[in-house]
Ligand binder design. Structure first.
Ligand code: ARG
Length: 458
């Protein structure tokens, strides 16, 4: 049978395989609410401009509202023959109200319609991601406040570097997720333009009011170029880019949790609600949620690359290739939301083993830099010489099997004769972190200052 939307030109219907490759209803039904909202605003505008009658508007409005209810009550029958959400809704409207339904598509095309629906969806999703990021940031702020004085080793190359506080480490993630949140807000700001009224690609001869629809749909303004409007998927690419960057942060965090929760590190203990056991090894407590967050980053990155690749060769304006945008964004959005929520739960719940952290903070000659700084400050050595003397002290301590504070004053004097017992005060981890008072440094007071600043921002 010929198509009810464009049957005029066609003598027969599509091959089964054509229908299968062409249809998007399987996934774009997710856009039903945005599609109906967009159609309501469009119809409202058409009536106000005298393009359709008030009676048509009334029927269209009632019809669309009842279709939304049918979909939400699971009573709507989606049909693959009708390709996508736009035509499924419109065909159902025609069943219900006849002629008026056929006037709804005046001065519009599925090209601007899908651009509108998808933008509305992505914009709503960005608001959800913003909230999820804020929730995660709040969890980190609470943990940072609790542990502003908890010393732990800071690492570079995953080798013990200098003592830091767990609060400071938490605040590093607050900064990362804070930047992610600002990318979300930038993205909303940039995409806040209404596509509807661009029509197929060239605009329309009807006297439409795009400012009216833009306002009704909550956009700042209408887009300015009809060709760009139906060709543009930057907003989706930006969503996927910020999702990938955020997922990268989540993945690094996940990796740290995996490492920290090993018996070898034993820095944190995951709660029972955020870990799993082994079906064979009774002793195991596995960080599966962290591992899955780490893995979902792969999916999200994959979605970004997939859509970039779809878009890269497309001539202006719309091509059907662009139908492939939605599944990537839906999948990435679902993974990102799940990961953010899982991380907030895990971080909020986990026990911090302050004793293990403290023990590890003091091992691995973590205060060697403090010794070098003491030699500079107290004995006036140039930093490079102080570095050399400290290196000799580390070698001596390693040979003796002790940490730096375990060397006697005589042993230290043998390395540099002017060293006095004042040096022992800087070799403790607490003295080390307290000394790093530079702006943004790990000293507990600095960390507390940053926590207070961030609390004003959440
Ligand atoms: N399902 C289509 C999509 O997702 C809607 C737009 C179709 N436009 C067209 N000219 N065939 O892109």
């Amino acid at each position: 049978s010929s198509n009810q939307m464009w049957g005029g030109r066609f003598a027969s219907g599509p091959a089964a395989i054509m229908e299968e490759i062409n249809a998007s209803i399987g996934f774009d039904k997710k856009l039903y609410a945005q599609d109906i909202r967009g159609s309501l605003a469009h119809a409202e505008m058409l009536a106000k401009q005298g393009i359709i009658s008030a009676e048509d508007l009334k029927q269209i409005t009632e019809g669309l509202n009842s279709i939304r209810a049918e979909i939400e009550n699971g009573k709507f029958e989606f049909s693959r023959k009708l390709e996508d959400i736009h035509m499924n809704v419109e065909a159902r409207l025609a069943d219900q109200i006849g002629l008026a339904a056929k006037r709804l598509h005046t001065a519009r095309s599925r090209n601007d319609q899908v651009a509108l629906d998808f933008r509305l969806w992505v914009k709503e999703e960005l608001v959800k991601v913003d909230a999820a990021l804020t929730a995660l940031i709040s969890v980190f702020l609470a943990r940072a406040e609790e542990h502003a004085d908890t010393v732990m080793p800071g690492f570079t190359h995953l080798q013990t570097a200098q003592p830091v506080t767990f609060g400071h480490h938490c605040m590093a993630y607050v900064e990362m997720f804070g930047r992610d949140r600002s990318r979300v807000r930038d993205c909303i700001e940039r995409m806040d333009e209404s596509p509807i009224g661009a029509a197929a690609l060239a605009g329309t001869p009807y006297p439409i009011d795009r400012h009216m629809t833009a306002k009704a749909l909550g956009f700042r303004e209408p887009t300015r170029n009809s060709i760009d409007t139906v060709s543009d998927r930057d907003f989706a690419l930006e969503f996927l880019s910020l999702a990938s960057i955020c997922a990268t942060h989540l993945s690094r965090l996940a990796e740290e949790i995996v490492i920290w929760s090993t018996p070898q590190f034993n820095f944190v203990r995951l709660s029972d609600s955020f870990s799993t056991g082994s079906s064979i090894m009774p002793q195991k407590k596995n960080p599966d949620a962290a591992e899955l967050v780490r893995a979902k980053t792969g999916r999200i990155n994959g979605s970004l690359i997939a859509l970039l690749t779809v878009m890269k060769g497309l001539p202006l304006a719309y091509s059907k290739d662009m139908q492939e945008d939605k599944e990537q964004v839906f999948d990435a959005a679902e993974s990102l939301e799940l990961s953010l929520a899982a991380m907030a739960g895990m971080i909020g719940d986990m026990t911090i083993n302050t004793a293990s952290m403290r023990k590890a903070a003091g091992s691995g000659f973590s205060t060697a830099t403090d010794l070098a700084d003491w030699l500079v400050r107290e004995l006036g050595l140039p930093f490079r010489d102080a570095h050399h003397v400290t290196g000799a002290a580390v070698a001596a301590a390693e040979k003796k099997g002790v940490d730096l504070a375990g060397l006697t004053l005589d042993e230290l004097k043998a390395i540099h004769p002017e060293i006095n017992d004042g040096v022992y005060a800087v070799l403790t981890v607490d003295a080390s972190v307290a000394s790093r008072k530079s702006y943004g440094g790990t000293a507990p007071d600095q960390v507390r200052f940053q926590i207070a600043e961030w609390k004003k921002r959440v």
